[in-house]
Ligand binder design. Structure first.
Ligand SMILES: *[C@@H]1O[C@H](CO)[C@@H](O)[C@H](O)[C@H]1NC(C)=O
Ligand SMILES: *[C@@H]1O[C@H](CO)[C@@H](O)[C@H](O)[C@H]1NC(C)=O
Ligand SMILES: *[C@@H]1O[C@H](CO)[C@@H](O)[C@H](O)[C@H]1NC(C)=O
Length: 524
């Protein structure tokens, strides 16, 4: 604990900042000791689409926005920069950049986690002789040792969402980067690492465990960059940043930027941050984030989850000796489906959808398949199409809206089931967050379908709160996790009301619609 804000009367009050660099918005909240938001600011992230399937972010624009939201939030709170004792940053995961170690100049834009340019390379890595040898090696390793890490690794496959293969693509296709790699003059960083580099004017170069575990280059079992995985993806270890605890003093912001040196004390991936913000600290705690997509995460305790279907194990956070692991499943289109309907003028404000849905008995046999970006777990079909089925002359926009909301709840049920099947850990509690959890219809239906109580917090920007919580712990602003638990406020608790049987036929029909939408783009 630092003396300057240790409570004596004449000292001004102090605050921590929680930032979230998401896929669509950069947000900053100023938190007081009661974890109340005292000032906020947000800016839209602009994605660039230079070619079909390519998704980039301009780092100079992102940096300017990042600095601006901090200044604006502090101004909105009516406080001085000098009253800020710590900064925590949560970021969209697996979006990365590379830059010149000597000059600090970046070689290209951020390559977004949504970018598909490396699809062919992922296929060839997946099918390479090396990968086959690796799987065989792991199967043999498991046979002799019965160590679960071998079994999990024997199912390991790369995907474009992990940074590893996109980075390999960049190195192969950009001679400038390749040259820098050969001269050991190339730095790789996800958004957090790069922001830290910018904030400290190049003096700090690091990432945290929660981030590192999403790159596809990380060995969750040994807690370090994986020599084998980086070799499989042809990524040189020399470009990867050192990995630090999630809640840790990463360095101070250069004084020129905000006039005072503010310590950067937490770097964390967005889902992990939301998990922390929800106080899902115990094994079996679950959080359901419904934003652009849905992310269902369960705390699996100190051991990485073992699953046969190839869930990639994640590190939630590492603080000192404490390591918390997560298992995660996701669905790609949640908020995107609602946004799409809004663009069609089915309603003007997403808040109306709840009333529209509850004004009907049912969707009159109309089903929606939320698959603008394919279907993820448990179906794993990138070629599935989005579709409406069962349309009739009498179908109104109300039915369409209800079908969309129902489809989100049905997907939640599917994700929950696969999690229960794969992760043999009893669920202790479930907490929801993200913009779409404001929709009471989806929340109630999800609670009914999974037959579990779901707690919706009073605070929605969980990734900001999580980053601020981690930062606050690192500087002694909050004492411990128990204190954070006491500060958490619940808004509504959804309890199961209807029986599963009431939905059974409906869900069976929806599953039928899903099946018929699968493998649609099979020539793609
Ligand atoms: C940590 O989170 C940030 C947010 O993008 C993400 O961009 C970055 O990829 C993560 N770090 C690593 C090493 O994955
Ligand atoms: C690589 O393998 C994984 C797991 O089988 C699969 O989900 C993914 O789609 C594959 N990627 C490509 C591009 O084939
Ligand atoms: C739902 O949960 C309650 C309480 O845990 C249990 O008694 C009931 O049998 C469950 N219902 C179904 C359909 O599983």
């Amino acid at each position: 604990m630092s003396e300057q804000y240790n409570g004596s009367e004449p000292q001004p009050a102090v605050f921590v900042l929680g930032l979230d660099v998401g896929s669509s918005v950069i947000r900053c909240h100023v938190y007081d000791r009661a974890a109340r938001v005292r000032g906020s600011s947000a800016q839209k992230v602009t994605n660039i689409y230079p070619q079909p399937g390519w998704v980039e972010i301009d780092p100079d624009i992102l940096w300017a926005q990042f600095v601006a939201v901090i200044k604006d939030a502090v101004k909105a709170a009516g406080i001085q920069m000098s009253q800020v004792v710590g900064l925590g940053i949560s970021t969209q995961r697996a979006t990365f950049i590379t830059w010149n170690r000597k000059t600090g100049k970046h070689f290209h834009n951020f390559i977004s986690w949504q970018d598909l340019r490396a699809t062919e390379l992922v296929k060839s890595c997946n099918n390479s002789l090396l990968m086959k040898l690796f799987h065989t090696y792991c199967q043999v390793g498991y046979f002799f040792t019965r160590r679960k890490r071998f079994l999990s690794a024997s199912h390991f496959k790369f995907s474009t969402q992990q940074a590893a293969v996109r980075l390999a693509w960049i190195i192969q296709n950009m001679p400038e980067v390749q040259e820098a790699v050969e001269e050991e003059n190339c730095c790789f960083g996800t958004i957090d690492t790069w922001l830290l580099h910018k904030l400290t004017k190049g003096s700090a170069y690091a990432t945290d465990f929660s981030n590192a575990s999403t790159t596809g280059c990380f060995d969750t079992y040994k807690m370090c960059w994986s020599g084998v995985l980086t070799f499989l993806a042809s990524v040189p270890l020399s470009v990867l940043p050192p990995i630090k605890d999630t809640s840790h003093n990463f360095g101070s912001v250069d004084e020129e930027i905000f006039g005072v040196p503010i310590p950067v004390v937490a770097l964390v991936g967005d889902q992990q941050s939301a998990m922390f913000g929800e106080c899902c600290f115990q094994t079996g705690d679950v959080k359901l984030t419904m934003g652009t997509g849905t992310f269902l995460d369960i705390n699996t305790g100190k051991d990485p989850p073992f699953t046969a279907s190839g869930f990639y194990p994640l590190i939630g956070w590492k603080i000192g000796q404490e390591v918390v692991c997560l298992a995660e499943v996701n669905a790609g289109d949640t908020g995107t489906a609602i946004q799409w309907a809004q663009q069609l003028d089915l309603f003007t404000d997403a808040a109306e959808t709840e009333k529209m849905a509850t004004s009907l008995e049912d969707s009159e046999g109309v089903y929606f398949v939320p698959s603008f970006s394919g279907l993820q777990a448990p179906l794993h079909d990138p070629c599935a199409c989005a579709s409406f089925m069962g349309l009739k002359p009498s179908t109104s926009k109300y039915h369409l809206v209800r079908a969309i909301l129902e489809s989100i709840a049905f997907r939640n049920k599917q994700l929950y089931e696969i999690m229960q099947k794969e992760i043999h850990i009893p669920v202790t509690k479930i907490r929801a967050d993200g913009g779409v959890c404001r929709n009471g219809f989806i929340m109630q239906m999800t609670s009914d379908l999974i037959n579990e109580t779901i707690d919706r917090p009073a605070h929605f920007d969980m990734s900001c709160l999580g980053a601020a919580s981690l930062a606050g712990l690192a500087v002694g602003f909050w004492k411990d996790k128990e204190e954070l638990k006491k500060l958490r406020r619940s808004e509504v608790v959804f309890k199961p009301q209807k029986k599963w049987e009431d939905y059974e036929t409906n869900m069976e029909n929806w599953v039928k619609a899903v099946k018929r939408s699968m493998n649609w783009y099979n020539n793609a």
